[in-house]
Design a protein around this ligand. Structure first.
Ligand code: KG4
Ligand code: ZN
Length: 359
């Protein structure tokens, strides 16, 4: 079976936010190419992603990136077994660009099309990189998403918690903006925090000790703003570092509190090991958060798996891999599948009030 898998080639396209990406992945999980073009520079002046600019940029670059991905994978369209493209959730104009391009290739070559849920891309990456078996618990933390899910199988998810306001990455980005550290804020806040005193400012730990596993981060960002206003014009570089460190500590404490509850819930549901926690999404690149989560996992007998940062942030390989997983199970889509701005992985979970289009 593995030998047959080797010959499978899936093209994956990603265009749901501010990365245009194309990749070719083989049936046994080898990444043959993975081309990602970030639009960060185009959105920088606005301090966040502008949907119209993003969609236009995807149109400009997608076909060139596909050619490059095929060339680097030593492939032609004729070698492809299927095409997978993000079909939601995300900024709808961008999603439509990648999805229509993928459909056109699939129609022209008469090969299967797979409309991929972007969140499933993040959720299943660890199976490509680390061969993790089902079930496992997933902490998905990025600029647009902040969720805890039980991953029971392909297309089979149970959401244990989600944010009721900002996503974790969004909190990093907004705090960076308040501190004048630039965009995207996560890496900048992490670097600044290394030089600061995490105990200097007493910031809130939203929802700590509360029932359930939901997150809330908007109060934390507001508390940082208040501290900056309190200090006023005399604010120093060291104040900024201390605020960054105190913010990162508070955000991590909140996540750890929520994750502790989630791991205990998971153990009740799935008592038979091995137990794995997978951390995915852009914020999974944060080493401070990862080392704190590692400690927590030790106390509960979980192994922790975090794919490399380049595969944690948005990319085409994760979409191609979902294509592989689904193709092998016969889970392909008709060409009339629609783009979806909202597309929860767990359709039975109640919608969370302020969780944005991606919850
Ligand atoms: O997964 P991703 O590339 O895009 C989304 O789907 O949202 O995640 C980007 C987010 C941004 O909010 C960025 O600030 C955050 O991930 N991020 C980090 C770090 N690196 C990226 N947050 C904290 N620490 C980091 N080192
Ligand atoms: Zn993402």
């Amino acid at each position: 079976m593995r030998d047959m898998d080797k010959n499978i080639r899936v093209l994956g396209l990603e265009s749901s936010c501010d990365e245009t990406a194309a990749a070719v992945v083989s049936g046994d999980g080898e990444i043959l190419s993975n081309v990602v073009l970030s639009q960060i520079e185009e959105h920088k002046a606005y301090g966040g992603v502008v949907p119209e600019i993003a969609a236009r940029s995807h149109i400009t670059h997608m076909d060139r990136l596909i050619k490059q991905a095929l060339r680097e994978a030593n492939c032609t369209f004729g070698d492809l077994s299927a095409v997978a493209a993000t079909s939601g959730p995300g900024l709808i104009g961008g999603v439509m660009v990648g999805m229509m391009t993928g459909k056109a290739i699939a129609a022209a070559r008469d090969i299967p099309f797979i409309g991929v849920n972007h969140l499933e891309g993040h959720a299943l990456t660890a199976r490509m990189t680390d061969d993790v078996s089902f079930p496992y618990i997933l902490l998905l933390v990025s600029g647009g998403h902040c969720q805890i899910l039980v991953v029971r199988g392909v297309g089979d998810y149970q959401r244990l918690g989600t944010t009721i306001d900002d996503a974790a990455g969004e909190a990093f980005d907004k705090t960076a903006k308040i501190l004048g550290l630039g965009y995207p804020g996560g890496p900048a806040v992490e670097a600044a925090a290394k030089l600061g005193d995490e105990k200097r400012f007493a910031l809130p730990r939203p929802l700590r000790g509360k029932p359930g596993c939901n997150f809330s981060f908007s109060g934390l960002k507001t508390a940082v703003r208040r501290e900056v206003e309190k200090i006023g014009d005399s604010i120093t570089q060291q104040d900024m570092y201390d605020l960054a460190a105190s913010f990162q500590r508070a955000l991590c404490d909140s996540i750890l509190d929520r994750m502790t509850r989630a791991l205990d819930l998971y153990l009740e549901q799935c008592p038979v090991g091995p137990h794995s926690l997978v951390v995915a999404g852009g914020v999974a690149a944060n080493s401070f958060l990862k080392s704190n989560l590692r400690q927590l996992c030790l106390t509960r007998g979980f192994s922790i798996i975090a794919p490399p940062p380049s595969l944690c942030t948005d990319n085409g390989a994760m979409i191609a891999w979902v294509g592989v997983e689904r193709l092998k199970r016969g889970m392909t889509d008709d060409l009339d599948i629609a783009a979806r701005a909202r597309w929860p992985l767990d359709p039975d979970a109640p919608p969370a009030k302020g969780a944005g289009v991606k919850a």
